[in-house]
Design a protein around this ligand. Structure first.
Ligand SMILES: C[S@@+](CC[C@H](N)C(=O)[O-])C[C@H]1O[C@@H](n2cnc3c(N)ncnc32)[C@H](O)[C@@H]1O
Length: 323
């Protein structure tokens, strides 16, 4: 992989809105945690706009950290980059030298794959090009998409395809995968795409989008443990915020957005027992919701950057210490 002089191929999603929400929390400095640093597009904007903030940038992808590090070199005395899954946020803050009294003023999570991961064919995220069935966001992790296809039982495979891909033909695809791998293990995306064309009825193909779309999404979520990681990361991220601190999360698929919505609703609800007529002191909500429902990209932004089409943004602010 040649990372020298990467082309300017990434446009940060909902940048202006993220700034409107996080900006007030950062105006007087403090720490911004970018839990999904990617190519550092959002991070660069915040470092430039708020000269007294410090940034802690996390990513599970070593190649992304390397590229972001180059891009953010002008701010090197204000940044700490950490290779970790975002559910390791608490340890990462400690590693970055943040003492429990240092405050996190803002957290950004721009979930999913980066444009670089999608564009680098050899990483196997795209079904439109033949490549090894890899799909690891962290190239040092063990499990690949080929391992899932070649080793999971019929039941496990069908569950992954149904739950993470919302694939109607999960059982049928799983049967074909098991049949096919007895002859020869899967190694490339073209082999899988060919099987999916065969497994998904032609009538459905006309209405259901590309036949490989849902299966590729499901494998990616499984390989990268995306939902488990998010479910563990959100409470840790919320716990790290000081009063007045804000968090923005951008999701690109409904399962992720559901996790974010539920967690934000739960932490923004009163902790006073339901049967009491008045709020008990200190038992009011810890957070307040800053977004109305899930905010989407404008038609203009989607036209300029089609990858913004599925985004759903939610944000909350801490209004009270944890009880
Ligand atoms: C959409 S990109 C972020 C782009 C970034 N906001 C920018 O402006 O360049 C998402 C990044 O999050 C990383 N990522 C996804 N899941 C992660 C996880 N569980 N832990 C840490 N990083 C993760 C990916 O490796 C990818 O680089």
């Amino acid at each position: 992989m040649n990372h020298a002089n990467p082309p300017p191929r990434h446009v940060p999603v909902l940048l202006r809105r993220a700034d409107e929400i996080l900006g007030p929390a950062l105006a007087s400095g403090g720490v911004l945690v970018d839990a999904t640093l990617g190519l550092g597009g959002h991070a660069e904007h915040f470092l430039r706009t708020y000269p007294s903030i410090r940034l802690i940038g996390l990513d599970r992808d070593t190649a992304a950290l390397e590229l972001a590090g180059e891009r953010l070199r002008p701010f090197e005395d204000r940044i700490t980059l950490v290779h970790t899954r975002y559910d390791g946020i608490a340890d990462a803050l400690a590693t970055a030298g943040l003492s429990p009294t240092d405050s996190v003023r803002a957290i950004l999570m721009d979930l999913g794959v980066s444009s670089m991961q999608l564009d680098e064919a050899e990483r196997g995220f795209a079904y439109s090009v033949d490549a090894p069935l890899d799909m690891r966001m962290d190239p040092t992790a063990e499990l690949t998409a080929a391992d899932v296809l070649n080793t999971y039982s019929h039941g496990e495979l069908a569950r992954v395809l149904k739950t993470y891909g919302e694939e109607r033909f999960a059982g049928r695809i799983a049967s074909k995968v098991l049949e096919r791998r007895q002859q020869r293990p899967f190694s490339t995306s073209a082999e899988l795409v060919e099987l999916l064309y065969d497994a998904i009825p032609a009538a459905t193909r006309r209405t259901g989008g590309h036949p490989a779309k849902r299966t590729f999404q499901a494998l990616r979520v499984e390989v990268n443990r995306e939902l488990e990681s998010l479910e563990a990361a959100l409470p840790a991220a919320l716990d790290a915020l000081e009063v007045g601190g804000r968090i923005v999360v951008m999701s690109y698929q409904s399962l992720e957005d559901k996790v974010v919505k539920q967690m934000f609703a739960q932490r923004s609800a009163s902790r006073t027992p339901m049967d009491l007529p008045v709020e008990l002191p200190g038992m009011g909500p810890e957070f307040t919701v800053l977004t109305r429902g899930a905010e989407k990209a404008s038609a203009q932004e989607i036209e300029d950057n089609p990858r913004a089409a599925p985004v759903r943004m939610r944000a909350v602010e801490r209004i009270q210490e944890a009880g």
